[in-house]
Design a protein around this ligand. Structure first.
Ligand code: F6P
Length: 534
């Protein structure tokens, strides 16, 4: 551990039972001083245990970020285990040039973007039609980064939908595609196969099923397929015309890919102009990340708060709690972004990581979560740092009273988590109800909230394509900063390979074919399943 880590750990220990409320008493300006505002967003991290000394130490940790950040934006091969540059930022900042291996990558990025715009417009205005008429439904088939981003964003931006309906199929479980295709008309459906590699078994299996479904309804099924992929030769094998294939380079990681072709279904749903506003929001966050001083830099501050809670305080998970029903898929999206990026145990140089890597990320929208798992967050033995997200304005002026209640709940939760309720307060409540003696004590103890539970609040003006772009880019860069501080490669994902390989070897076992090398438990389970299916 470097000296800064030691000093941080010692400082945390020295804080002892310090309460967050005491930090507010000691510093009347804490609410503003421990809030970071930029680009119309406000990130309030005052309700955490980070005091001035912890903040200064954490900022020291961020020293290596500047050089690494420039390496990323300028196309150095910072994804060292795959020998790739990391340039998803080039997909949202369509101006200028980025030189990679002596060539400017931007003309091709712009060309593909224009082709996407043209195709999306044709689908939306009916000049690209199905064999039964205007496209009414778009089915995006993809998984992981080829699903979660556009699916999350399509839901988030529902008020901006003015194109065909969009559906997302990801799971190899046939239930997913069966339920989605039920009720759709093949003659007016466009299937978009989203797969960077065009080899992912789930996506290829679903795409084959969709092709068969389409073939039962139209004469030329492949004519209603589009492909979003880096593998042009494989898309050709599927008979998908090159003018409906939208490619991207290996320097766009799957979970960072929604800004380019993988965003096509979203673009068809909300229209190219709103899609460009989404890109503009992401690009604005890039400029902020690249230029703001660390102490005023939103992604850096989010990362440092994350590091404080996980690596310094040892809190195992973090909850993402958007008080916005349309952000219901944001936690799932962030699970991939954060856990696939930073869930590593080996540092960039191959040595064992000396610090815990990424926390478990989870969550649900408020207020639903309040009636489900908040009990544990308030009174359980584990501390779960909570990251609230709230928009000042909703999209339904006629339902403004709903939105006010939503905001009130969000603020009330962070206040309750910090303040808690003491035994004396709980006893007073029970006394008021007429309890006395041992029963009063017993009942009061159940009503105590320890408080001192950390939370942050990200405040946005309204959920729009632009602000969603800001939020996604903010979290992408947060993950990057955390990765740099931990010394890991946030852009590979070797941990998903073993299960994929073994699934191919388990399949014959289920069919009763020779399949050597499996462990007794797996063989036993496969035999039980074979019997049950016989
Ligand atoms: O799960 C591993 C992974 O490679 C993800 O990183 C990626 O987003 C997903 O699979 C889908 O890959 P593809 O777009 O190549 O089908």
């Amino acid at each position: 551990m470097t000296d800064i880590w030691t000093r941080l750990t010692e400082h945390r220990k020295a804080q002892g039972a310090l309460r967050i409320e005491a930090l507010f008493q000691a510093d009347p300006d804490r609410a503003a001083g421990f809030s970071t505002s930029a680009e119309g967003l406000v990130f309030d991290w005052s309700k955490t245990g980070i005091d001035a000394k912890a903040r200064d130490l954490l900022l020291e940790l961020a020293a290596p970020v500047t050089a690494r950040r420039e390496a990323m934006f300028t196309g150095e091969r910072i994804n060292e285990t795959e020998d790739r540059a990391v340039l998803h930022t080039a997909l949202r900042n369509l101006e200028g040039s980025v030189i990679l291996d002596g060539e400017d990558v931007m003309p091709e990025v712009r060309r593909t973007h224009e082709r996407m715009r043209a195709f999306a417009t044709q689908v939306r205005d009916g000049s690209f039609a199905g064999q039964g008429g205007r496209i009414t439904d778009v089915v995006n088939i993809g998984i992981g980064g080829s699903d979660l981003g556009p699916a999350m964003a399509a839901r988030a931006l529902a008020p901006f939908h003015d194109g065909p309906r969009v559906h997302f199929v990801s799971n190899v479980d046939g239930a997913d595609i069966a339920d989605t295709l039920k009720g759709l008309d093949p003659a007016t459906t466009l299937v978009v196969v989203a797969s960077k590699t065009f080899t992912t078994i789930e996506t290829m299996t679903n795409a084959r099923t969709a092709l068969d479904w389409m073939a039962a309804g139209v004469a030329d099924p492949a004519a209603q397929f589009a492909a979003l992929s880096s593998a042009a030769e494989r898309t050709a094998e599927w008979g998908i015309e090159p003018n409906r294939v939208f490619g991207f380079e290996d320097w766009v990681g799957g979970r960072y890919s929604m800004w380019g072709p993988i965003g096509l279904s979203l673009m068809i749903a909300i229209g190219p102009d709103d899609f460009d506003r989404f890109l503009a929001g992401g690009a604005a966050m890039d400029r902020h990340f690249r230029s703001a001083k660390p102490a005023e830099n939103l992604p850096v501050i989010l990362a440092l708060v994350g590091i404080w809670h996980h690596q310094v305080c040892g809190y195992a998970t973090r909850a993402v709690l958007p008080y916005d029903n349309r952000l219901a898929r944001l936690p799932a999206y962030l699970q991939q972004l954060e856990m696939e990026s930073n869930g590593k145990r080996v540092a960039m140089d191959g040595s064992d990581l000396s610090l815990p890597s990424g926390p478990v990320v989870w969550g649900e929208p408020g207020t639903n979560g309040q009636h489900a798992f908040y009990q544990l967050i308030h009174q359980g033995t584990a501390v779960v740092p909570c990251e609230f997200i709230i928009a000042a304005r909703g999209h339904e002026p006629e339902l403004a009273h709903h939105h006010l209640l939503l905001i009130a709940n969000c603020l009330a939760q962070s206040e309750a988590l910090m303040r808690g309720r003491s035994l004396d307060e709980a006893r007073a409540l029970m006394q008021a109800k007429g309890l006395t003696g041992a029963e009063l004590d017993r009942q009061a103890r159940h009503r105590v909230f320890p408080g001192n539970r950390p939370s942050t609040t990200l405040l946005i003006p309204q959920l729009t394509p632009y602000t969603l772009g800001q939020i996604v880019a903010l979290y992408e860069h947060r993950v990057f900063v955390e990765g740099v501080i931990l010394g890991i490669n946030s852009f590979d994902q070797w941990g998903v390979e073993l299960g994929k390989e073994l699934a191919l070897k388990v399949a014959p076992l289920l069919e009763g074919k020779p399949a050597p090398g499996h462990d007794p438990s797996t063989r036993h389970l496969a035999a039980l399943i074979r019997d049950a299916r016989a």
